[in-house]
Design a protein around this ligand. Structure first.
Ligand code: EPU
Length: 421
């Protein structure tokens, strides 16, 4: 077990580079199962979710070579349709993409129910509805999901009840290998969905409309290996933007895509922070004097305010003047970090999916425990803002999705150490 020790009170300043997007990488790696041939994938973040997925693919027979920290070559030509190791699959959410990818490649799949952050029920009925529409028979039994399409997959029109990121991606994976055309209506529009579509197209597939609510896939096209670079991480960018504002800092975030950050940028401006996107196309500068007004937040699918930034943002609001209201519409239990923030002096009330936060003048460091990935990032921000020392336990959650977070923060002047707990 690892913990962070954060000495609060330092203003972050300087520049920092953004890593490749976790939620794009965890879709693109399984997508390499769709081709016989080598996929060279650049800008892959070195995070534990990615390392786990690579271990799963290796176990299935993929040949994977690493070049430096962030470039991989994956050759799935000799992959056996082995059931991915259950203990590994259960440790990450994104292992459910193996169902779509295996179904596309082999016409059948058997994968353990996925794990991942625990902030609600997280059903996968929309994924299953999509696979069934494509012609698969899907069953769940003793923690395993089995999908089979003995007569092959065929294109279909699939309406999603909600614009689910996971279901959109999983259906894109399977439909790429189906015969005929598939349309996903009410699809997710997140940047990582667009990134996967671009990757599939680079392999010779045909996905059109990604980034809108209707995605059209022409299935069954001949496919081949390719070279591709993963987009910058939207959530890491947002986390560092919030950390800059929270520490009254002045930080230039490089290698980020400002257009992916519009919902957060609007809220930071409303709070009184400065956000400049004019310095080069791929950088964002965030400055603040720490004098923040309260704002209300409603999490929504992209391009709305991302649920993954709700937890870090709620920490920033905990010292803003006045009362802020957060409406978490995506996941039902994503306020557990506020219990820890209360231990640091924050004032909040939670009523189902609504959190009411009363701004206090300051937070005070104390031992706190991360309950999931973004809760962990939120607690790091709280530690940076707080007076005194904050010990943060369960850092393995943070390692799932942030590449060397403590090194990046230290390069901006933060006093943060990683130690065995
Ligand atoms: N939902 C259903 N049925 C389904 C699928 C989703 O009811 O079949 C519901 C979910 O319960 C939730 C909502 O629809 O209430 C949205 O879920 P979605 O499918 O969009 O989320 P996900 O695929 O499980 C991905 C990210 C999450 C991110 C959400 C929302 C990955 C691997 N995970 O999860 O990322 O919070 O989209 O943007 O891409 C994170 O990075 O910390 C993280 C949790």
């Amino acid at each position: 077990m690892i913990k962070y020790i954060v000495q609060g009170g330092t203003r972050l300043s300087g520049h920092v580079n953004i890593s490749g997007a976790k939620n794009a990488a965890v879709a693109i790696l399984p997508a390499s199962l769709l081709v016989d041939g080598v996929c060279r994938i650049e800008n892959v973040p070195d995070i534990s979710d990615v390392r786990l997925l690579l271990e799963i693919l290796r176990n299935m027979g993929a040949n994977i070579r690493r070049f430096g920290r962030n470039t991989l070559e994956i050759d799935c030509s000799h992959v056996r349709n082995a059931t991915a190791p259950i203990d590994l699959v259960r440790r990450i959410r994104a292992s459910y993409y193996l169902i779509g990818a295996e179904l596309g490649r082999f016409g059948h799949a058997r994968v353990a129910m996925p794990g991942g952050c625990n902030f609600g029920v997280r059903p996968i009925d929309q994924h299953i509805k999509g696979f069934e529409a494509l012609g698969a028979k899907v069953s769940t039994d003793r923690g395993m999901i089995s999908a089979e399409a003995p007569d092959g997959l065929h294109g279909a029109e699939i309406y999603l009840d909600m614009p689910s990121v996971g279901a959109t991606i999983n259906i894109m994976l399977a439909a790429t290998k189906a015969q005929g055309n598939t349309t996903i209506v009410n699809a997710g529009k997140e940047p990582h969905i667009v990134d996967l579509a671009n990757f599939i197209n680079a392999m010779g597939g045909s996905v059109k409309g990604a980034g809108t609510d209707t995605i059209r896939i022409r299935g069954g096209r001949p496919m081949h290996g390719c070279t591709y670079a993963v987009i910058p991480d939207q959530i890491e960018t947002g986390t560092l933007m919030i950390a800059a504002a929270a520490t009254r800092g002045d930080v230039l975030i490089r290698g980020a895509l400002p257009t992916h950050m519009e919902a957060l940028t609007a809220k930071l401006l409303e709070m009184g922070a400065h956000v400049d996107e004019g310095i080069g196309e791929d950088s964002i500068r965030v400055r603040s004097d720490g004098n923040h007004r309260h704002v209300n937040i409603k999490t929504l699918p992209y391009p709305g305010f991302p649920t993954d930034l709700q937890q870090p943002m709620s920490v920033l609001l905990s010292t803003a003047r006045g009362t802020s209201i957060i409406n978490e519409t995506i996941f039902e239990m994503r306020f557990k970090h506020l219990e820890e923030i209360r231990r640091m002096g924050g004032i909040s009330q939670i009523n189902d999916r609504i959190a009411i936060i009363e701004g206090v003048p300051k937070l005070v460091g104390c031992p706190v425990t991360a309950t999931d990935l973004r809760a962990g990032a939120a607690l790091v921000i709280a530690g940076l803002m707080a007076e005194g020392v904050t010990d943060i336990y369960n850092v393995h959650f943070i390692d799932r999705g942030y590449e060397h977070l403590e090194d990046k923060l230290r390069s901006l002047g933060a006093q943060i150490e990683r130690l065995p707990a």
